[in-house]
Design a protein around this ligand. Sequence first.
Ligand code: BMA
Length: 906
Amino acid sequence: MGVLKMQQLLLLFVLFSFSAAFEIIDLSTANGYTWNAALPNKSIQVSGTVPGSIYTDLEKEGIFTGGPLLFRFNDLDYRWVSYEDWDYHLTFDVPATVASYSAVDLVFYGVDTVADIQLNGSPLGVTNNMFVRYKYNVKDILKTDVPNELVVHFKSPVKYAQDRYDEQAVDYPVLPTCLDPAYQGECHANHIRKMQSSFSWDWGPAFPTVGLWHEVKIEAYNSVSIRDFWVGFERDETLQQWKVDMKIHCETPDSGVDHSGTFTVTITDGEQVIHTFVQETTLNGDVNREVTSPLFTFNVPFTQIEQWMPNGWGQQKLYDIKLEFKEGTETVALQDRIGFRTVELIEDDLTVGRSYYFRVNGEPVFLKGSNWIPSAVLPELITEEYLRELLTASKAAHMNAMRIWGGGIYEFTEFYRIADELGILIWHDMMYACSMYPANDPFLETVSTEIRQQIRRISRHPSVLIWAGNNENEAALRQNWYGTASNFETYKADYIKLYVDTIKTIVNEEDPSRPFTVSSPSNGKRSEEEGYISQNPGMEEYGDVHYYNYFGNMWNWETYLKPRMATEYGFQALPSVHAWTTAANPIGQDDDWHYDGRLLFTRQHHPGGNDELVLQVEGQLGKARDTTPEQQFLDMIYLTQMHQAEAIKIESEHYRRLQYLDFDGLGHCMGSLYWQLQDIWQGPSWASIEYGGHWKPLHYFATKFFAPLSFMLWIRDGNVAVYPHDYRNGADMVPGILFIKLQSWSQINPIVIERIPNVNGNSSLKWQKPLDSWLSDNGCSRQTCFLTATYEDPETGRLLAPDSYLYPSNFTAVTNLVKANVQVTGVGEVYQSESSWVIDVQLSTDYPAAFVWLDTITDRKGRFSDNGFLMPTATKTVSFLSPEPITNSIAFLEDLKVAHLAEIIR
Ligand code: BMA
């Protein structure tokens, strides 16, 4: 598959969206425009890339002598770039025809971040928000007879943020004063409207870049143009029809001039026209040359529409929509795709607290998914292909939801299109995270523009489920994370000004079709009732929770909260050997492959993280074997990854069971979004997909714990039981036979096989035993045996749900784990399935083996059908799915390696 840069795709789309009444010149480098970038004193001058940014431009020209940006300590060594100002400069010609239009604008779709812009020596304006589109009227400045000179002078974002902090601190400081030193980051990201994690985060480096991260265009036109539209749906069950509300956001070539014309909205399904709506309107031009149509409403019968549902809940049906405005002889148009669906957030009173869940088209939907951070630390490195790979991997793990976390970016439009297609519901934070924020007038002004523009751009996508004002700032303020307690009322007033009076107001105005929550976590309505800063924003009885605990027994479900919805929870693990190889010197050189080496220490941005990993690993799995520091490092990769996968499995299964359980009013959980989906570099992190796209064991585990149907073994009140569960209240339950096996670690044949036929119905106990007595009756103990549950088709023996297992004790207590001889015994012929090349891999073992991990020695793209699994049987076959052809199956066989727990621990 060719790597089409997203910007190019967007360009095609935008060009397509406007009719001939326009002339649009996209000044991107890809279109042959030669930008350059330089220090103001010209001591460094390189070719510039638009869209792009300075770090990539300097790297391309070989300015950095220490290797790639993400190699070893280069995030620190190349930090000087962010302390400098940089100029981007373009000399360009425009055809004479441009001058004939009544409006000629220079539009910057994304300026990162603080810049003053000049065209032919005339100042156009100053930018200060990466998330805002800036439009300048250049009709009288642009030249068609001689070349134009465009200069974008960027100020160091680090210095700008510091200046704003200092300025503000004269009155009172907007905290925190800085990040924890472990972050190796820059201070005061909260004072600049830039991707907050570009100043570093606990899972990523600081690369506070500058540049034009979206297109720059000359847009010349005579007539009204259509910029965006809002669409909202309601279901009228009585009349059996969809009520469609719509507003169309336009721009006018002139100020204060009315434009009368006809809007035509056409909804089609392929060639077939589903609905046409025509309305004559007068658009009242305003001074900003922006105008929104009146609210249009039309109805479409249910029978004509296939509704849009999230992954696992039905089809993701999308319809083409074309909006046209005809004024006189000029017609302009915009095209996109929409999906028919309603979303509601339900907060009903329960015996204790309130529910907190979403209905899509009236159906309660348990959110299962993860949290989304930016897919690269430099936005220009994000490709449409990679976004699709990540979201497809999410769908492969049966996810139906993703939370776009507030420290990143409002995503590329392509992201939302893919989410629409795949049925991934988006919990959308606004880009404010883990900080107090200023609430002075200039700040609120730019925030208002940002929110309005972004909601207008994004809200038409059916995948978007809810808007949220910020990440964790309610909790941060209430729990005094940054030392705000002594001045609580001031910070609270700022909080309300920013998130309630400004952001919430605008979001509700722009998109009344979706719920808005001020913060995540919050207690939902209850937070509002408590003046938006709840006494405890993380209550189990209300709203959503973020839960992290690195010190408890995290393999015991009883350690966890019983929330209505878990929107963040997670554990770190090290990146794989493949990822680390791209960050480190070769093994043996320096201490890059030592667990206590400087490289791992510097990349561990979560304070104390490496010690916490040792604590958890040694508490659950055991100590890595006593070998060389390099081998121990490799062992810790394995052990931290397996711990992460198992702990998140146990926690996710707990939330899953809680959907239908009631613990004195707690429970009724309706969502689990683990932290975090992807990585931004090669370092210890919470991600299930590491930098480069490899799946960590956690992602393989997610394919099982999020599967539609599951038979979980669990221990409650001394009993071991099987808990059948499907998220759709029985809709995915199929009849089958349940097998429960009790097995010793020291023999491959089960001791007991229980066969439970005719299993049916959801969430009621199907089988239960008093654990300890049942174990001892069978010559077992918690330290010597384990259980498995499989659910099979009675006719074919095919598994109808992922296999399930229960380890009654942690592995440090197991007394009879045998160093099984797990071997790859062969591979099959390569065959093609959908877009993958597939090769089957046969495995054998002489004893049960835990956490069996297959990998290739070379860094191949692709994944296995199952990995990190328990192997309780003598043989097992898994497949490797490769996006590239596998030409030689013998070479593939020789490239395979397999590991399992007993080999690695002492
Ligand atoms: C939460 C998130 C992120 C962070 C993660 C792991 O606080 O919102 O800010 O990266 O936990 O610490």
